[in-house]
Design a protein around this ligand. Structure first.
Ligand SMILES: Cc1cc2nc3c(=O)[nH]c(=O)nc-3n(C[C@H](O)[C@H](O)[C@H](O)COP(=O)(O)OP(=O)(O)OC[C@H]3O[C@@H](n4cnc5c(N)ncnc54)[C@H](O)[C@@H]3O)c2cc1C
Length: 442
């Protein structure tokens, strides 16, 4: 007896939200729904109107966070099982647009880090990015490459190998002696056009911000500035996390339709990877150079910005004693300086302290100031607003001194002292002095 095939239509199912996966990307799902079947909650998460959903899966494909999935009723599941048994289920339905996107994206491979240099010396942020880039490259199963542009800078390729790169693209020519947007932009775009990396990372320094913006504009791709986190999703997209809306939320930004995906990261945000001295790699020398006559910008003189005693880079300090509005007056920072001197550190502060004119702007820690990662960060009279925390929360040890036990700074502190800073700070300085004195006697 022959088994008769039951004539079944493939059920389309309906869409639902996968708990905890929505990244509040800005309602991409809602914008592609052809039947107005998605409403957004106050938290920016989609709510599927099941009566309207036709299971077209446009929203599922548009979702950068894989937060939407199709589900079936028990009857539909039974029909699917039957179709599978009959061998009449298509493996995967991909529309033309998605097919083209996949082909385009597949043409780009590799993670690149731009090695920022001045007079042949690399900026530390470039090596910090090598660590982050290495993790991305491992997740993607691709090479980590350095981009070195300058004059007499081949040694930086070898340094890059020490920090994990396996290949370095080198453009070495007198025209690249000093950073200028036009020739560096031209060099970067030439390399990217030719070798097609999927990710390009740059430091969020003056140079990196200038160059990254120019490159992304010329290549018509996306750029996320000042990222604090980088990761890869299950579709090989770069998830770029950064504070948004004045630092009140962390947004994860994706660039899933264009390549390369570009991001800048501020100094000290990523940890410096360990350097391996014997590491080697391949150097790809590129000779494409613009003619000096075609470059409008000329460097006439380099004037270094040294301000004597005040020329302190708090971003590189190991000990920071930071003061906020709780210090009450500029002269009270002398008390913090004494503690910093005992520790061999520097003083920094919150934006309130800078706005009040108690500290110069280069000492400000936080979202619109510097990001710091010292061994010890002592926060005195600082409440711990999110815009301050994003600049210091990765410090190895955080000591908070505040008279308000509910102050948010205590949530990130390793040690918290509830008390009046005008008593606590001199007491700590005094203890340190005594400890040092008794040590020197031994
Ligand atoms: C877009 C944007 C960007 C910003 N960027 C930054 C930034 O980069 N960096 C930054 O710091 N802020 C930034 N801010 C400002 C931030 O929101 C806070 O207003 C600021 O950090 C508060 O500074 P504060 O903690 O010194 O002052 P307050 O919030 O006023 O806190 C003072 C603290 O001192 C304590 N205190 C007072 N007297 C004593 C005492 N005698 N002993 C012990 N404790 C005492 C109080 O309990 C209080 O907790 C930004 C804000 C915006 C909107």
């Amino acid at each position: 007896m022959t088994e008769e095939k039951k004539l079944l239509k493939r059920p389309r199912g309906k869409v639902r939200l996968v708990a905890g996966k929505c990244i509040a990307c800005g309602a991409r799902c809602q914008s592609v729904c052809p039947v107005n079947g998605i409403e957004m909650s106050e938290a920016g998460e989609p709510q599927i109107v099941l009566d309207k959903c036709i299971g077209c899966v446009k929203c599922v494909k548009a979702c950068p966070g894989s937060a939407l999935e199709v589900f079936y009723t028990p009857e539909e599941l039974a029909d699917l099982a039957e179709l599978e048994r009959q061998g009449s289920l298509p493996t995967e339905e991909i529309d033309e647009e998605e097919k083209k996107r996949r082909e385009y994206v597949a043409g780009f491979r590799g993670v690149w880090v731009f090695v920022e240099q001045t007079e042949g010396e690399a900026a530390r942020v470039s090596w910090e990015l090598m660590g982050a880039g290495g993790e991305l490259a491992r997740a993607l199963g691709v090479e980590l490459c350095a981009v070195v542009i300058g004059n007499g800078v081949e040694h930086l390729c070898r340094e890059a190998f020490g920090y994990g790169a396996t290949k370095a693209y080198l453009m070495d020519h007198p025209v690249y002696e000093h950073y200028r947007t036009e020739p560096y932009l031209d060099a970067c775009c030439h390399l990217i056009d030719r070798y097609k990396p999927e990710i390009v990372l740059m430091g969020a320094s003056g140079m990196g911000r200038d160059l990254a913006g120019a490159v992304a504009t010329r290549l018509k791709t996306g750029l996320t500035a000042d990222c604090t986190g980088l990761a890869i999703d299950d579709k090989r997209n770069l998830m770029q996390t950064r504070p948004a809306f004045g630092g009140n939320i962390m947004a994860t930004i994706m660039c899933d339709r264009f390549r390369p995906q570009m991001a800048t990261v501020r100094p000290q945000v990523m940890p410096l990877p360990e350097k391996s001295d014997g590491a080697s790699g391949a150097i790809v020398r590129e000779t494409h150079t613009p003619s000096e006559a075609d470059i409008f910008t000329k460097v006439l003189k380099i004037i270094t910005d040294k301000k004597g005693k005040d020329a302190v880079d708090i971003a590189g300090a190991e000990f920071i004693v930071s003061g906020g509005r709780g210090l009450m007056a500029r002269e009270n920072f002398a008390m913090l300086q004494e503690l910093a001197d005992e520790l061999g550190g520097v003083i920094g502060g919150s934006r309130s302290a800078v706005d009040a004119g108690w500290l110069p702007p280069e000492r400000q820690v936080g979202q619109t100031g510097k990001t710091v990662r010292p061994k010890v960060y002592i926060a005195c009279g600082i409440s711990g607003a999110i815009q301050h925390l994003v600049g210091m929360q990765d410090s190895d040890t955080i000591i908070a001194i505040n008279r308000d036990r509910e102050a948010p700074i205590f949530e990130v502190a390793t040690y918290g002292i509830v008390g009046d800073l005008f008593q606590v700070v001199p007491a700590i300085t005094d203890k340190l002095r005594k400890a040092k004195r008794s040590q020197s006697k031994c």
